[in-house]
Design a binder for this molecule. Structure first.
Ligand SMILES: Nc1ncnc2c1ncn2[C@@H]1O[C@H](COP(=O)(O)OP(=O)(O)OP(=O)(O)O)[C@@H](O)[C@H]1O
Ligand SMILES: [Mg+2]
Length: 454
């Protein structure tokens, strides 16, 4: 971007400038013009510093540009990126860091009219009320895909010759939407390393500095998945995951076209009740490639029952869901759903182990795909582990934790299995249940059972 030897000239020449020299992934970031960039790597590799330096440089270079520095919450920004910004990036004593204290600051304005807005996705309205040339999302793994997509809609200020959103973070689990999005080619991926940080690595000697050795020794003492992510920079899953290949089956989908296409396909759902825990619903659509696509999820706690029923009914109607297989523990709620015209029925009485093996065998046969927007389902799968005692594995003893969407997924697939085998679930229908509406048909006039039973 035409920076002399990549050195960020500080705005006020009277202030002694501390040179910053980007290296490795940081240098690539300085020259990248892609609309979406993922800058990820181990802890302490200089990701935040690099992204902030580029942002400040652009503010000086392009008068009247606007940029947004965001994190999941505004409070978390104060103790992290803002410290680096004010103590390392902005020239000491520069007028723009005077005034409000760090926690109360809403932004900075340069004399050339360029503006840096600070915001948290916890106050999205404020963040979204403006347009930007550049957006930096710190610790971006905290954001949901929907947060990111909302931010992208604000990337249209048009002062800089290119508009760019940078997500910087340590790696998380392999199915995280950021990793999936970069794998799908929707983001440029930059991988930072400790060798990029001159505090930790001496290029002249080709060795880690004392500070680098000490820091890496700390990271080496971490255990398991945290070590893989923070020392080795891998998008790693914990040991003992129930669905080991889950992340390979997540797909990045954008645009309404896809949704319209899916809307005409046979659909089913799985439902797990909760009150203090969430109620989770997953919707699966069968495409002509004979794969089941989990296209949308519902996940909510403590909803009044009528509202719950209405919201689930609206979701299932939108996808023309014909059969919804629910946790058997609440027949009263199944009846409530039916009163809202939801085609809800008991999930088959199948052990957890058998349900898991059904889900797993669909993954192995490449017949089950998950949309990356199903945030809670993916998050749960990334932590859904067998109990440490291997002897329990045969009984599918899973570690206690969040498994509500996991259960909903299992109910959907066990229900489907029965439908495919015999056309209906094994329980006799409830004689008191209201009559179920005539089955809807897809664009080819086929009912759900026609397709699934085939
Ligand atoms: N090119 C550089 N020149 C001088 N100092 C640097 C450079 N890159 C990074 N640093 C310094 O190294 C330290 C760690 O950098 P930074 O906080 O950006 O790392 P990070 O990758 O964001 O870490 P984390 O993963 O913990 O968020 C900071 O003090 C930063 O100022
Ligand atoms: Mg950082």
């Amino acid at each position: 971007m035409g920076v002399t030897k990549h050195r960020a000239q500080k705005h006020d020449p009277a202030i002694s400038a501390q040179a910053y020299e980007p290296r490795g992934a940081a240098e690539e970031l300085f020259y990248s013009h892609e609309r979406e960039v993922l800058l990820a790597g181990p802890a302490g590799t200089g990701k935040t510093r690099a992204a902030l330096e580029k942002m400040f440089l652009c503010m000086q270079k392009y008068s009247s540009m606007r940029c947004l520095l965001a994190r999941k919450t505004r409070v978390s920004l104060t103790q992290s990126a803002l410290v680096t910004l004010e103590e390392k990036v902005l020239p000491a004593g520069h007028s723009i860091s005077r005034g409000a204290t760090r926690g109360r600051r809403t932004g900075y304005v340069l004399e050339n009219g360029s503006e840096l807005v600070l915001g948290g996705l916890d106050n999205a309205d404020r963040v979204m009320s403006s347009e930007y040339d550049m957006i930096l999302a710190c610790e971006a793994t905290e954001l949901t895909l929907s947060d990111w997509e909302k931010l992208l809609t604000r990337l249209r200020h048009g002062i800089m010759p290119y508009q760019q959103a940078v997500a910087e973070c340590n790696p998380s689990h392999p199915g995280h939407w950021l990793n999936v999005r970069a794998n799908a080619g929707l983001m440029r991926r930059l991988v930072s390393r400790h060798e990029d940080n001159p505090i930790f690595f001496d290029r002249q000697t080709g060795l880690y500095t004392l500070a680098g050795q000490t820091y890496r020794a700390t990271l080496e003492r971490l255990s398991g998945v945290r070590r893989k992510r923070l020392l080795d920079g891998l998008w790693a899953a914990p040991e003992g995951l129930v669905y080991e290949t889950f992340a390979d089956h997540i797909i990045s989908v954008t645009g309404a076209d896809e949704q319209e296409l899916d809307n005409a396909m046979p659909a089913c759902a799985g439902l797990d009740w909760g009150w203090r825990d969430p109620t989770a619903v997953v919707v699966g659509v069968l495409r002509p490639d004979q794969r089941l696509y989990v296209v949308e999820e519902f996940y909510a706690r403590r909803l009044p029952l009528e509202e719950l029923a209405e919201r689930v009914a609206a979701l299932l109607k939108r996808w023309n869901v014909e059969r919804c297989f629910a946790d058997r523990s609440r027949p009263d709620l199944i009846n409530l759903m039916r009163r809202h015209d939801v085609p809800c029925e008991n999930a088959p009485l199948v052990s957890i182990a058998a349900g898991i093996s059904l889900v797993e065998s669909r993954f192995l046969a490449d017949k089950l795909k998950i949309y990356s927007s199903c945030h809670h389902l993916i998050q749960e799968a990334s932590e859904y582990q067998y109990a440490a005692d291997e002897s329990q594995k045969a009984g599918a003893a899973v570690q206690p934790g969040s498994d509500h969407a996991m259960d909903a997924l299992r109910y959907m697939l066990t229900g489907l299995e029965i439908v495919m085998q015999c056309g209906n679930v094994s329980d006799p229908p409830d004689p008191h249940a209201p009559p179920v509406a005539a089955p809807s048909r897809d664009a080819h006039g086929r009912t759900f059972a026609d397709v699934w039973g085939a």
